[in-house]
Design a protein. Sequence first.
Length: 576
Amino acid sequence: MSQATQLPVTDPKLLDYNGWLFWHDATEEEQARQLAHQRSIIAATGGSIGERTFLSELAMVHPRSLTMGDNCYIAAHAYVTDDLRCGDHCTVNAFTVVRGSVTMGSGVRIGAHTSILGFNHGFEADREVFRQPITTRGITIGDDVWIGSHVVIVDGVTIGSHAVVGAGAVVTKDVPAWAIVGGNPARFIRDRREPKRPRDLTRELSSRLADFAARATEQCASVVERYWQPGAVAADGSTTGRYVDAPGAAATLRAHADAIEVSILLTGQAPGQLTTQQHVDRLRQNQDPVTGLTPLLTSEGLHGEAPAGFEQGDAHYHVLSLGYALDLLGSRFVHPIRAVQQMSAEELCRILRDLPWSSRGWGAGAAVDTIGTAFRWNLSYQPDWSEQNLTTFDAFIGWLVTHTRRDNGMWSAPRLSDGLLQPVNGFYRGSRGSFAQFGIPLPFPDRVINTTLEQAADERHFGPGRTTACNVLDVAHPLWLASRQSGHRRPEIVAWAQAQIPEVLAQWQDEAGFSFAHAPLSGPAAVQHRPGLQGTEMWLATLWYIADLCGISESLGYRPRGVHRPEPAVDVSPRG
């Protein structure tokens, strides 16, 4: 604090703790009493005290000899004994101990609660320590030295001029001039004359990502095996075994697709529990030929009834998960997604209009993702679309563009209950299946970045017990996608992404993978706080996007190729 700073003197003890203010703010009576206090100390020690130096009466100053220059102070509750000699502009702050033989130059600043001990006890084994003789070698401190709070300096040490001793250091050896030291015992950090080198956070994070990816790849087979529920094996080698999202959970087709995504992402190979053809057969097995949709498995692990149509939303995610798992295996669905293929442009626009944008933006975006991905698979059956298909697809993209909100770049508005959670999460799902999947530019990339960064700062959705794979992916992907078009707020995006990497890496559990949600500080309280296939698949992809926002995704050694692939899946550049 500057000596020119003025504080209202509302407590008579204020100046005892803020000695730099004394000669500026003290009354004439207080100044006279201070000079009398100094004279009594000089009379007892035979030393000298310079001009405008202050010794708090609340400090224990009881030296054998005391010499202090001008503009020094000793603050309240300091303890000064034996022999102290210092030049001008030296400060001993509150609760600091200076004992033994101590010599300082000028401009020495000592933080609170520091101990400078210019004497020592012997500690030979022939008698108790308190009966040992006291030795004094003395401590010498040069000019322009800053000693932080809670430092300990032991007898015999010399600290060179212009040095800095970091808070909490224990100094047991000489400190060279201009050195910055810290730690216990204090170690050299750098020369004060050298410019401070910025922390190479990029290199550090790159190294951590590479180490993580190597560990995850090495453990991949055992992680996937953990979520395989064995079954009976027939004579032809087929098995009734199934994948589950977590041990003890019911089997699901999504878990099967997630197992394929994780295994191929990290190792380039399909999971070893089944042959590649068996994986393909399982994923294609119960696709409804009428709608092209695949129902969920029942609680007994059996195939459910065929979906009635697109409106049956519980089958939607299979269009993504099964479709991309088959694609990774070099295969595809048996049938087109006819529930979308047969839509007219008018019907599609009606469906889009009737989605719950105002009440449940995420659900609306998920439906858009399904429609867009259905278009993607249908193209593999009919590369040259009919006029109806072209018109319907154009209506799909056109509706999304024209209904993008100008205020936030999304399709829905925030809600009082959860802020931007639904708009941002719904935008991720919808834009993934449309703009990202087909390589079409976003209408308002800068506004997407503004809105997404605002969502990322909402503590209701991030932190121990609150962060989920969905919420982080649904921020990372829109930022990544919009950043392909704009450098808007780039430093903030990188800073956010850099902060996420250590948090994500800390969640990996060896031989088990990632949980979908970060557990609260009190420990896992729900199934989503424990490792599973969904969490593992999503966090691996999310980590790539976060790393790529920092420009270091190559350190992972993998690149999403399935549901979360960064490249457009289909080229829909102008036809004809």
